[in-house]
Design a binder for this molecule. Structure first.
Ligand code: PAF
Length: 290
């Protein structure tokens, strides 16, 4: 039997819990990889890591309306369930949870999880309701599946930091595991939304990675002034006229605050628009280990 025909796909929470009860009956551990589908190799690396560390890996595939604002791409977000099933199976997942919207939100939710402060900076300045939508659905997924571990990509670094904080603040019995960003050979971070880039736009998209590397090199070369490092990143971005940056920032890796002087573990983050796509990327640098 092929791996894809063996992978169980469920749409209802009751079926999901029944399947997970069986998996956990003899002490089996469950890892969760939450996704919005249209999977790529970066997602597969999360599934493979979970499969190596847990007895059963569940992948949720749910395009969460709560994290999209009016005018964003909720309606056109790319979807391909058959391909996703194959990719999950190939990477070692045992179960897919692919609920319809009414299964996750049987009534309009009036309860939200909001990680204050962290949800308002960087992406939060451009997408003010986004992270509350993310944390609310991730908290619901944790409640529905009860995973021991959950895997998220560092590509969405702010999301990862927010989910870490949510799990800590709410004493959720889940280990949040951050995993490295997967890149195309030319450095572009893999993202489901890269499909929006046209052939003419695609080469310009590498400017985010080039700018991040230039910023990191400035820190490695001794710059401890955030304004100076951001100016280096801005200059690289400005040389690519097709790209309109929203921000290029250097922040403390844990608090996401912009320090006066660069010390300890830092994260450099960029968001920029390119045609229909809005791209984000980031890189880490630890001043104490240079
Ligand atoms: O990163 C994503 O794909 C989504 O934000 C997540 C974590 C699956 C929540 O919808």
């Amino acid at each position: 039997m092929s791996a894809v025909s063996q992978i169980l796909t469920v749409e209802r929470v009751s079926e999901l819990r029944a399947a997970l009860d069986v998996a956990r009956r003899d002490g089996g551990s469950v890892g969760l990889v939450p996704t919005m589908g249209y999977l790529h190799e970066g997602h597969q690396s999360l599934v493979a890591r979970s499969a190596a560390e847990n007895d059963l890996t569940a992948v949720s595939i749910f395009v969460n309306p709560l994290q999209f604002a009016e005018g964003e791409d909720y309606g056109t977000y790319p979807r391909d369930m058959e391909r996703d099933r194959e990719m999950c199976a190939a990477a070692g997942a045992g179960l897919i949870f692919a609920p319809p919207v009414e299964e996750v939100y049987p009534q309009t939710p009036v309860t939200a999880v909001s990680v204050k402060g962290l949800n308002a900076v960087l992406e939060g300045q451009f997408r003010p309701t986004h992270f509350d939508g993310v944390t609310t659905v991730v908290a619901k997924l944790f409640a529905m599946l009860g995973p021991g571990r959950a895997y998220f990509g560092e590509k969405d670094y702010q999301q990862l930091a927010i989910i870490h904080r949510m799990a800590a603040d709410l004493s959720l019995p889940v280990e949040v595991v951050g995993c490295p960003t997967f890149r195309e050979p030319d450095g572009l971070a893999m993202s489901s939304r890269n499909v929006y880039l046209t052939a003419e736009e695609r080469p310009a998209a590498t400017v985010l990675w080039r700018s991040l590397q230039a910023g990191r090199d400035a820190v490695v070369d001794g710059s401890r002034d955030p304004g100076e490092v951001e100016a280096v990143m801005d200059a690289v971005l400005a040389a690519e006229p097709k790209v309109s940056p929203d921000y290029a920032a250097v922040v403390d890796a844990a608090t996401l605050e912009r320090p006066d002087v660069l010390v300890g573990e830092l994260r450099l983050l960029i968001a920029a628009r390119l045609g229909r796509a809005r791209l984000i990327d980031n890189i880490g640098v630890d001043c104490d280990r240079l």
